[in-house]
Design a protein around this ligand. Structure first.
Ligand code: 1CP
Length: 359
């Protein structure tokens, strides 16, 4: 525990991100606020998703729901990676999967995209963070977040997630300079937005690169790596860990330390021990239980799978328990609760006296 503004602060998650000693492995769950929670669906009955994201009191309320219900070790701001797009000049509809009304396809359109002013255009997000820091009062750290340049570019060009990303690939092969311009523009916009989130009180930042895997290795390396590293670099602040979630990234694992992130968050495809060999020494790891396991597997099976992830995680670095991808809307709450309880019970580490206890 460290003292901050006279409040006792639970910093277990932050210590694990920096690979410092922990008494147990912390856990939070990607998309931990959302449709699988009845109390979230209750709020959604009277407010649409965009209203939730843009009304600080509501966004703060649903952020805290999983902290109360599951007892996770970190809160993540309720928002969406696509929230800055309207301020760039592209409206987004959530049905509930997002659709960009007018995809961006040419260098001319890319040059017209604005860099949002965080305070003026996205002040609601910053206000949500300020409310949450007061409401959480050190109970758990608050994670701010944004999309990685590559993933945001994929949505902007394609108009939606998923599919074969044909328009996106065409941009890289047919208009490589336009692709570069777009990714650099997005890296600049995210740098300003995420820095503003930290200034408002976010205690860690997760950069979501959910579509990190859509490009072959050479294109990821040529187009995405440097802007992502630049983004990480420009938001670096003392004591604020940066987590980089790269989904479907088995072919680029050895490149990921070059992003400079403190924590690499991985999907369920490879055991963390094998991923760590390819990554090399350094960053802490986050992950990587298969989210599908929570949909219907018996509680005992969930517990055994959690134990396997905990046992397999390398001991030479920090580990933050999470899923390989966001929790699915059909997940029974009891499964999520059981996962958190199991990880708290099974994840004790013998290296594990907190720095405070050692003193
Ligand atoms: O009906 C509803 O209530 C909307 C469903 C929903 C929710 C709850 C969407 C639409 N976004 C969110 C919240 C959200 N999105 C959070 C905060 C909740 C939390 O973590 O507790 C976060 C961190 C995100 C991040 C996000 N949005 C990502 C990265 C993580 C991931 O899952 O890969 C991505 C890719 C998005 C885009 C998006 N927004 C919504 C959906 C359903 C999607 C993804 C699906 C798609 O592209 O088709």
């Amino acid at each position: 525990m460290i003292e901050e503004d006279g409040l006792r602060m639970n910093d277990l998650f932050l210590r694990a991100c920096f690979g410092r000693p922990v008494e147990r492995v912390p856990i939070w769950i990607m998309r931990q606020a959302g449709r699988y929670l009845p109390e979230y669906r209750e709020v959604r009955k009277t407010h649409d998703f965009w209203t939730l994201c843009t009304t600080p009191e509501l966004a703060a309320r649903v952020t805290i729901q999983p902290v109360d219900r599951l007892g996770v070790d970190a809160a993540i701001l309720f928002s969406d990676i696509l929230v800055p797009l309207p301020a760039m000049g592209r409206a987004v509809a959530f049905r509930p999967a997002p659709e960009i009304e007018k995809p961006v396809r040419s260098a001319g359109e890319i040059r017209e995209l604005r860099v949002p002013d965080p305070e003026k255009d996205l002040g609601h997000v910053l206000e949500t963070i300020r409310i949450l820091r007061r409401a959480l009062a050190g109970r758990v750290p608050l994670i701010g977040f944004g999309g990685a340049p590559l993933t945001l570019a994929a949505y902007l060009v394609e108009g939606k997630g998923g599919g074969k990303f044909q328009a996106f690939h065409a941009l890289f092969y047919e208009q490589p300079e336009a692709a570069r311009l777009l990714i650099e523009h997005l890296a600049r916009a995210e740098a300003e937005f995420l820095a503003a989130q930290i200034d408002a009180g976010a205690q860690a930042i997760q950069i979501f690169d959910s579509w990190a895997g859509i490009l072959p290795r050479d294109l990821y390396q040529d187009f995405a790596l440097e802007p992502t590293r630049g983004l990480v670099d420009s938001i670096r602040r003392e004591g604020v860990p940066i987590l980089y979630y790269a989904r479907d990234a088995a072919h680029i694992l050895d490149l990921l330390p070059r992003t400079g992130a403190d924590v690499l968050s991985l999907d369920e495809k490879l055991p963390l021990s094998l991923a760590a060999e390819r990554i090399g020494p350094g960053p802490a790891l986050q992950g990587n239980l298969d989210n599908a396991l929570l949909l219907g597997a018996p509680l005992e099976k969930i517990e055994n799978a959690a134990a396997r992830v905990l046992d397999d995680a390398p001991r030479d670095r920090g580990h933050v328990f999470n899923l390989g991808h966001g929790i699915l809307p059909g997940t029974p709450v009891a499964s999520a609760v059981h996962l958190v309880e199991s990880v708290k019970r099974l994840g004790r580490r013998s290296d594990g006296v907190s720095e405070n206890e050692k003193r």
